[in-house]
Ligand binder design. Structure first.
Ligand code: FMN
Length: 339
């Protein structure tokens, strides 16, 4: 079915077809009936039971408008966002480009989203209907573009406060290439100061609500080995529950001479797979199972997912694979490793 629809969707501007696809998913989610995750191997990760290994990566449903539709496709978890404290429009269009010869995308969306208050209200309504949703829900949080980087921590705290009650886990996004200065928070004192403050707020929110909401940190795939080691040590020191490895790359592997390769932004899809797997493997070696790893980047087949799990991931997420391979990829990956 998706094979038939793809040429039609790909004839449209990339962002326009994304908006259309999300609306279709929102409609699919509104239909009555159960939202069963695809059959797969269930796993307890960060203390949460995931019905299968495959989740939706952040950025696909930034505003949490199609959560139930995504659940109906069979995903075992859904990560919405990136959510910033205040709504913002993102970068000027065009800002999303297809590189079909490479099964890749380049985006410089820039955290366009409805803001924490609106998205929290949407998720609370969803939670009211939550008995339908068996898949855990992650909320990915970030900073507004116009917040100075020295005050980034305030934006993360605002988002934690607003979204804690609606999330099964929260992801601290430190790795989008499209918000100036953001990735600098992955290093040294800014990183340890940020993690210390967020962990303290997590404990406060837990004592107030009685719920423990694990924190994940999402990293760039472009980190040097020494930086990966330093970050891993900080994750251990502050007892961060999970790491998402990783975001899009600012490098351009395997896409020389491909149309749109020179567009500014982050590259996702097939060419990212080796980098993402390498990041997962390095983290696994350093973390030795003490922090959960969610592997994401360039997973376009069940074999790619298997390789990511083999490199050390506990769960995987997909975005670009869904665009190029369609919804059947979800069920195919969910089957991976099923005994
Ligand atoms: C159009 C687009 C928008 C994205 N927006 C976000 C975002 O808001 N926050 C985030 O953490 N990652 C975002 N990502 C990154 C994805 O979550 C994922 O890490 C990356 O695309 C690699 O996975 P993939 O190769 O399966 O697409 C975005 C990716 C794309 C293609």
């Amino acid at each position: 079915m998706y094979e038939l629809m793809r040429p039609w969707l790909f004839a449209l501007d990339a962002e326009r077809s994304h908006v259309l696809g999300l609306s279709a998913l929102a409609a699919l989610g509104a239909l009555p009936g159960p939202l069963q995750p695809a059959p797969g191997r269930s796993r307890t990760v960060m203390g949460i039971e995931f019905p299968n290994v495959v989740g939706v990566a952040a950025g696909l449903d930034k505003d949490a408008i199609a959560v139930e539709g995504l659940a109906r496709l069979g995903f075992g978890h859904i990560e919405v966002g990136t959510v910033t404290p205040r709504p913002q429009p993102g970068n000027p269009k065009p800002r999303l480009f297809r590189l079909p010869e490479a099964s890749a995308l380049i985006n410089r969306m820039g955290f366009n989203n409805d803001g924490a208050r609106t998205i929290a209200a949407r998720l609370k309504r969803l939670k009211g209907r939550r008995s339908r949703l068996a898949a855990p829900l992650g909320v990915n949080i970030g900073k507004n573009r116009d917040t100075p980087i020295e005050r980034a921590v305030d934006d993360y705290l605002t988002c934690m406060d607003a979204l804690h009650d609606c999330a099964d886990y929260l992801t601290v996004n430190l790795s989008s290439p499209n918000t100036p200065g953001l990735r600098d928070l992955q290093y040294g004192e800014p990183l340890t100061a940020l993690l210390g403050t967020l962990k303290a707020r997590q404990a406060e929110l837990q004592s107030r609500s009685g719920r423990h909401v694990p924190l994940c940190v999402k990293l760039a795939p472009d980190l040097a080995d020494a930086d990966v080691a330093a970050i891993a040590d900080a994750l251990l020191e502050f007892e961060i529950e999970g790491v998402i490895a990783g975001n899009t790359t600012v490098t351009r592997p395997q896409v020389e001479n491909v149309r749109h390769t020179d567009e500014a932004g982050g590259l996702s899809g097939a060419p990212l797979a080796p980098l993402a797997r390498q990041l997962v493997a390095r983290l696994r070696d350093r973390l030795e199972g003490r922090v959960a790893i969610i592997g994401v980047g360039g997973i376009l087949s069940a074999a790619d997912a298997q390789a990511m799990l083999g490199a050390g991931a506990d769960l995987v997420q997909i975005y670009t694979g869904l665009i190029y391979r369609g919804p059947s990829l979800v069920r195919a990956i969910a089957q991976v490793g099923r005994s």
